[in-house]
Design a protein around this ligand. Structure first.
Ligand code: CA
Length: 178
């Protein structure tokens, strides 16, 4: 078993073992027999990047995708977060600067809540398991709020109308008048 087949086998064992996808589902999206999927799970053959991507995109829910991402990023500095949020935050039918401002405000509100929670949890100099869970939850919400602000900003940038080209002749004239 090579390193590559081990990694793929680990990924398949992880997603099937936790019930995120069945061998039949993988067989279906890959267009291969269930026996072939079992051979992959046993680490007896390698597969292509395209198949892993197809599995990731077409057969797995975000929870299942998180299993694959965790497997690939374990021990590295990467943190992954799934954000499934309508970017039209104020529901006015457009994703625009009002939404990015709302998202930034939500981030600051969440930061305030996180600080209050952390302060309360550490007041007696120790953090209980319950406080730890609460701290992790508010920090996760803060991270999510910031990521939504980032996604809204990126959406606006990607979908904005192309800027008109500068008119060099007029700029040159303006420069001469200075
Ligand atoms: Ca909006």
């Amino acid at each position: 078993m090579t390193g590559e087949t081990t990694l793929i086998a680990d990924a398949l064992i992880a997603v099937t073992g936790h019930g995120h996808v069945t061998v039949a589902d993988i067989s279906d999206v890959w267009g291969v027999s269930p026996g072939t999927v079992h051979r992959h799970i046993a680490g007896e053959c390698s597969t292509t990047f395209e198949r892993i991507r197809t599995l990731f995109r077409r057969a797995l829910t975000p929870d299942g995708q998180a299993v694959i991402l965790d497997l690939f990023t374990a021990g590295t500095g990467w943190l992954t977060e799934h954000v499934d949020q309508d970017l039209d935050l104020n529901g006015d039918g457009a994703v625009d600067t009002d939404d990015v401002i709302d998202a930034a405000i939500a981030t600051i509100d969440q930061a305030s809540q996180s600080l209050k929670t952390l302060r309360a949890a550490t007041e007696d100099g120790a953090i209980t398991a319950g406080e730890h869970d609460e701290n992790q939850a508010v920090i996760a919400e803060l991270l999510k709020a910031a990521l939504i602000a980032r996604q809204v900003e990126a959406y606006i940038y990607e979908h904005q109308a192309p800027r008109r080209k500068a008119r060099p002749l007029q700029l040159a004239r303006a420069a001469r008048r200075v």
